[in-house]
Design a protein around this ligand. Structure first.
Ligand code: 13P
Length: 248
């Protein structure tokens, strides 16, 4: 077990909120108190990136929830990493299961987006995870390794990547992976990094868990040696998020 990896808690607001509710989130984050040993980043809707960045304390990062794979051009409805940076934000969430499964984004497209975001200077929360039927068919390892294999060629700087393992069956369902189930996949992902990237990257890369993380289950999950933090959906909108940030 390593203590060299800084604990990382991301909040993914998804398509929720308005200026008034964001003010409420900013208030409870300011009030904290937040463990200074936890890196905190909130993922907010793109129209609120500037507003959130301008109003949140500087030590809390702000992420976009998606971006496209080129700097600019005729791509109606898309935003680029350059625009995210221009709004003062340093992070982007890419490959979220809702992007993959609701909007049909492929492994290849996600990998290209990650490559361009890194090239443009952003830090990336790259998400992977299996669906329920894949887990039930014992295909979890195969699925997450295939997602990793697709990502890898475009990852030029692993120090700016946080890997989020989010089993699709645990997202928004209240059905959290047990600490053992999550630890098992995280350890396999770390081993994959060791074999396919380098032992240094395997040792230093934060692998965070997402899927129905709550104040009630975060402490047990945070005890596992290969769980370096969380990506939190619903609970990141509520004051309880502070408890999750302070889970370790
Ligand atoms: P929930 O925490 O609401 O299950 O969402 C998890 C998630 O998708 C975070 O990206």
């Amino acid at each position: 077990m390593s203590s060299s990896r800084k604990f990382f808690v991301g909040g993914n607001w998804k398509m929720n909120g308005n200026k008034a509710s964001i003010d409420g989130i900013i208030d409870f984050l300011k009030k904290g108190p937040l463990n200074p040993n936890t890196e905190v980043v909130v993922g907010c809707p793109q129209c609120y990136l500037s507003y959130t960045r301008e109003n949140l304390p500087e030590e809390i990062g702000v992420a976009a929830q998606n971006c496209y794979k080129v700097p600019k051009g005729a791509f109606t409805g898309e935003i680029s990493p350059a625009m995210i940076k221009d709004c003062g934000c340093k992070w982007v969430i890419l490959g979220h299961s809702e992007r993959r499964n609701v909007f049909g984004e492929s492994d290849e497209l996600i990998s290209e987006k990650v490559g361009h975001a890194l090239e443009a200077g952003l830090k990336v929360i790259a998400c992977i995870g299996e669906k329920l039927e894949e887990r039930e068919n014992n295909q979890t390892d195969e699925v997450v390794f295939a997602q990793m294999t697709a990502l890898q060629p475009n990852i030029t700087d692993w120090s700016r990547v946080v890997l989020a393992y989010e089993p699709v069956w645990a997202i928004g369902t209240g059905k959290t992976a047990t600490p053992e189930q999550a630890q098992d996949v995280h350890a396999k992902l770390r081993n994959w990094l060791s074999e396919n990237v380098s032992s240094e990257v395997a040792e230093s890369c934060r692998i965070i868990y997402g899927g129905s993380v709550s104040p009630a289950n975060c402490a047990e999950l945070a005890k596992m040696g290969d769980i370096d933090g969380f990506l939190v959906g619903g609970a990141s909108l509520k004051p309880d998020f502070v408890t999750i940030i302070n889970a370790r």
